[in-house]
Design a protein. Structure first.
Length: 223
């Protein structure tokens, strides 16, 4: 029994080490690629150059990142379902839209990098602006965000298949989110201090909330 247990334990440890090494390799490639994109631009940097800088084969890069856009938006997987997660985690008595507004305010007040309030964000935005491929991928990601949010709203409200409200409200909530991010990006590109932009964005969120109708602000209230 002890021999069998020991063999299984060693195999589990080896598997864990392999997975950790994969994650570390993937992260290193991503970090090096990001540095190259910020320095030279997305269009001019090739996958071969990323591989050379990371000291891996081109095939290894493609194994982790099927397209160059995947390298730039490496952390997008945690973003496309963010609004849906915020809505599902809303407090009792809180609507879907108010949950998103609350979360946005919290990130803005904290001057969080998650909403682009960080030094160097202007360089990130310029790379996207200069690349049609990245702008196209960003649009696709935004569509995924809305689709995931609509699905969450349908589940949370038990909406009928033909009910248009989940899609309409999802569109309004995504408008809130994209408006704030666009405004932050616009101000950060000017080279402004994150804390200064934060104060203005809190005022913007208040303005946005005043523009929303009761039907949106009162939709999907958790009982």
């Amino acid at each position: 029994m002890s021999v069998i247990f020991g063999t299984a334990y060693d195999e589990g440890m080896a598997e864990g080490l392999r997975e950790r090494k994969k994650r570390e390799t993937r992260q290193r490639i991503s970090d090096i690629a990001t540095g190259l994109f910020l320095e030279h631009g997305f269009v001019t940097v090739t996958m071969a150059e990323v591989a050379e800088a990371a000291d891996v084969s081109v095939n290894t890069v493609y194994n982790y990142f099927p397209a160059k856009e995947d390298l730039f938006f490496d952390r997008s997987s945690g973003v496309v379902d963010q609004l849906a997660r915020w809505v599902r985690a809303r407090d009792a008595g809180e609507s879907a839209a108010r949950a998103v507004l609350r979360e946005l305010r919290a990130d803005i007040e904290a001057v969080s990098p998650r909403v682009g309030l960080m030094e160097g964000y202007d360089r990130f935005m310029r790379v996207i602006h200069d690349s049609p491929q990245l702008r196209s991928r960003l649009w696709s990601l935004q569509q995924e965000v809305q689709d995931n949010l609509e699905a969450a709203l349908r589940e949370e409200t038990d909406a009928a298949p033909g009910d248009p409200l989940p899609g309409l409200v999802a569109g309004q909530i995504c408008w809130i989110h994209s408006t704030v991010f666009t405004a932050i990006g616009r101000e950060m590109v000017k080279g402004r201090a994150p804390a200064e932009v934060s104060r203005e964005m809190l005022a913007l969120v208040d303005d946005i909330e005043e523009l929303l109708g009761d039907r949106v602000l009162g939709y999907a209230v958790r009982g």
